[in-house]
Design a protein around this ligand. Structure first.
Ligand SMILES: *[C@@H]1O[C@H](CO)[C@@H](O)[C@H](O)[C@H]1NC(C)=O
Ligand SMILES: *[C@@H]1O[C@H](CO)[C@@H](O)[C@H](O)[C@H]1NC(C)=O
Ligand SMILES: *[C@@H]1O[C@H](CO)[C@@H](O)[C@H](O)[C@H]1NC(C)=O
Length: 325
């Protein structure tokens, strides 16, 4: 073997071994959310969802965990994404779509990555790819939206296709977008601590719909938030929005109206894509009926937490009043 050949050969071997070393560094795919409990209220993921068929993903981008997704392998679609909301300091980034190597190879990197021009067959088997959405008639709908995040890195991390579902354009750019903005506005105006958000889908019940015969199309989108510590001077009109609130949105004008009625006076461009606001209990009730799962989204239902400052003031006021009397 010539010197040059040998060099080429060892370089090749090194390149082949690289993913393996990467796997060793990053560890294997987890059966639970142990690396990213922080994104859930009380560090507790929703209960009542069977483990079978679902893959927890701690979404990792540029060496940090950004949010959590429960992925349905057969649907090649997330059931939900969970995150902590923070107001954005900039625009929606121009970020290429990414995928999760860990879904294709259990020892692969757990960092999301840009698609290569030639998509590996194992990657394609394990998850949705860019080409599934091309000419599908659907937009790529974020469950965890980029504009609910302060840093640009967190916003970029939402562009992994495991956080994306086929969403009708009228919903994505219309009523669902309005809901996302409304949640952000409520956070900024009244939330005095962490707001945990979980956003997910309900697939069709009897006749599943797919794009490219591969990726499940949701019939409905849903979302709920929990902000246990909010302003004590909450106006009366805002009280039903705290500490929890939820919504279900249509993704199909032909769906029945048992969960979300169609607004016949709405503009034709958004009619059939309504989003109904509701309590957390109502949403969990709908999920129980539709998914046949008794899901608890927030541990202990997300109770109001009085701030220490408020408790001290109240106790002080009480004590000083009784002292004067
Ligand atoms: C979560 O999974 C890890 C291994 O991936 C395991 O060591 C740990 O015990 C699990 N934790 C829970 C709470 O199930
Ligand atoms: C919540 O935040 C507001 C505005 O930042 C502040 O005035 C208020 O004292 C805070 N605490 C409570 C318990 O409302
Ligand atoms: C229906 O749509 C109209 C026009 O956009 C709006 O004014 C009205 O509030 C909507 N009704 C309901 C129940 O959402």
């Amino acid at each position: 073997m010539s010197h040059k050949k040998m060099l080429q050969c060892s370089m090749g071997a090194l390149l082949l071994l690289l993913p393996w070393f990467g796997g060793l560094v990053h560890g294997e795919i987890s059966k639970n959310f142990s690396q990213c409990f922080d994104f859930f209220y009380k560090k507790t993921p929703p209960t009542g969802i069977p483990a079978e068929g679902y893959q927890p993903i701690c979404q990792r981008y540029q060496n940090r965990y950004r949010f959590a997704t429960l992925y349905h392998r057969q649907h090649r679609s997330p059931l939900y994404s969970a995150y902590k909301l923070s107001p954005p300091d900039g625009k929606r980034p121009n970020q290429a779509w990414m995928y999760e190597p860990q879904l294709a190879f259990s020892r692969a990197s757990s960092e999301m990555q840009n698609f290569h021009t030639l998509v590996d067959q194992n990657v394609k088997e394990s998850q949705a790819v860019d080409e599934d959405y091309k000419d599908s008639g659907f937009t790529r709908g974020h469950l965890n939206p980029s504009l609910h995040h302060e840093t640009e890195q967190d916003r970029r991390a939402t562009f992994t296709l495991t956080n994306i579902v086929p969403q009708h354009k009228s919903s994505n750019n219309g009523p669902w977008n309005v809901l996302e903005q409304e949640v952000l506005t409520k956070f900024k105006a009244f939330c005095n601590g962490t707001m945990h958000v979980i956003t997910g889908v309900m697939p069709y019940e009897s006749e599943p719909q797919w794009i490219n015969n591969r990726v499940s199309v949701p019939e409905y989108m849903w979302s709920a938030y929990c902000c246990p510590s909010f302003r004590s001077d909450l106006p009366k009109s805002e009280q039903r929005f705290f500490p929890t609130y939820a919504a279900v949105g249509r993704n199909d004008p032909n769906s029945g109206e048992e969960f979300v009625p169609v607004n016949v006076t709405a503009k034709p461009s958004v009619r059939g894509y309504e989003v109904r606001r509701m309590s957390l209990e109502e949403l969990e009730d709908i999920l129980r009926k539709r998914l046949d799962m008794t899901i608890t989204l927030f541990n202990g239902q997300c109770q109001y937490e009085m701030s220490l400052w408020w408790v001290c003031t109240a106790v002080f006021t009480m004590c000083s009043t009784s002292f004067i009397l």
